[in-house]
Design a protein around this ligand. Sequence first.
Ligand SMILES: [Zn+2]
Length: 200
Amino acid sequence: MDLYDFTALVGGGKEKIVKYLQDSLILRRELYCQLCQRDYTMVKNKVSIVGYMLRCPGCHRKRQLQTGTFLEGSRLQVDKFVGLLFLCAHEAPIKMVLSMTGVSSGTAIQWYQYFRDICSWKLVNSPTMLGGPGKIVQIDESVMVRAKYHRGHQLRAKQCWVFGIYNLGSMIQTQKRGTWSSLSNAMRRCCFPSSSVSSL
Ligand SMILES: [Zn+2]
């Protein structure tokens, strides 16, 4: 989404933003009432921060569109949410986020951390292969050793390798506890065979 798509989205008001978030599976569109065995329908609601609620046409029970989603429990207005999402996706610094959205620094930092957590979760659960014939991947690694009680014998302590791979702007970072062999295993898992590897 570029700046023009974003301004068209927020210019369309809450209705358009809510539809976008529902299309993106961030907000709930459907809910089934087990009691009445009927589908909930969406109704306007001034109390809800998204401006809508789901209501069962049988028992009239109401549920939030955020129920069971990433936004459940959030008090952030949806226009602020998509603003933070857009700015985070374009790697805007926190200072810019504050002046452009009006949220507090605590809120901006907290949401940036949520977004990073989601990206990390997605990367871990959807492994991506980098490199390939004729392509170069750059790697960087370092090993950390925690000495117990701040005393010697560090070479005998358990090693923790932190390993990163970069490929044309894409990045995967994995952290493996273990030795050099686990690092080479991580590379085999993340890189296509015949990749050229360059160490930073
Ligand atoms: Zn019902």
